[in-house]
Structures are given as C-alpha cells and as structure tokens.
Design a protein. Structure first.
Length: 109
C-alpha cells in the first residue's frame, strides 16, 4: 500500500502574501498600480478619458499622459487640487505624492 504524505498548503492568498512580503520591487509595483487606479476618481470627467497615469519619477512624482496640450494646461492649473484629492488614496499606500508631470508625448490610444 502506498503511503500518503500531507503537506501544509497555504492556499493562493498565503502564497501571494509571502511573495509580497519578500519582494520589495513587487510591493512597489502593486502600490503604484493601486495608485493609478484612483486617477479617474481624482481627476473626474471629462479628463479621465483624456489623461491617464503613465509612470513615476522617483518615489513622489507621477507622470500623466495627456491627449493634447489643452488637457496638459488645464491639469497643470489644477495640480495643487489634484494632489489634495489624491491624499486619502496615497496615505494608506504610504506614498508621498508631491508632483505631477503632464506629457502629451506619452499618450497612446
């Protein structure tokens, strides 16, 4: 008769938690991904369709791809308001968002 050995299976949640705990690059990527998801809530309509997060410069400057220069101008004028609106979202993620860079060249459809 074959002997059966049982192992302590952590489940998918346990495996993901273990991966996140040990990998700093993955932690940073997950935080930034979550940060980008809130852009449409922060910027509101109609700018959520004409701009989107593109990346980060360092730890506290977000690059925003914009459809055209008019969107860049309008969002630049609202930069302080956007940073304030982002505050409730960045605090739990422990990200110190201080600035936005708006760029037309990064826009892709």
């Amino acid at each position: 008769m074959k002997e059966i050995h049982y192992t302590d299976f952590k489940g998918i949640d346990g495996l993901i938690a273990e991966m996140l705990e040990n990998d700093k690059v993955l932690q940073r990527a997950m935080k930034r991904s979550n940060l980008y998801k809130f852009w449409s809530k922060v910027v509101g309509k109609p700018f959520d369709e004409k701009s989107k997060p593109y990346g980060m410069i360092g730890a506290n400057t977000m690059i925003i791809a914009c459809e055209n220069s008019a969107v860049v101008q309008e969002l630049t004028l609202r930069k302080k308001q956007l940073i304030k609106k982002y505050a409730p979202y960045v605090k739990p993620l422990k990200i110190d968002l201080k600035d936005f860079v708006f760029d037309v060249k990064k826009w892709t459809v």
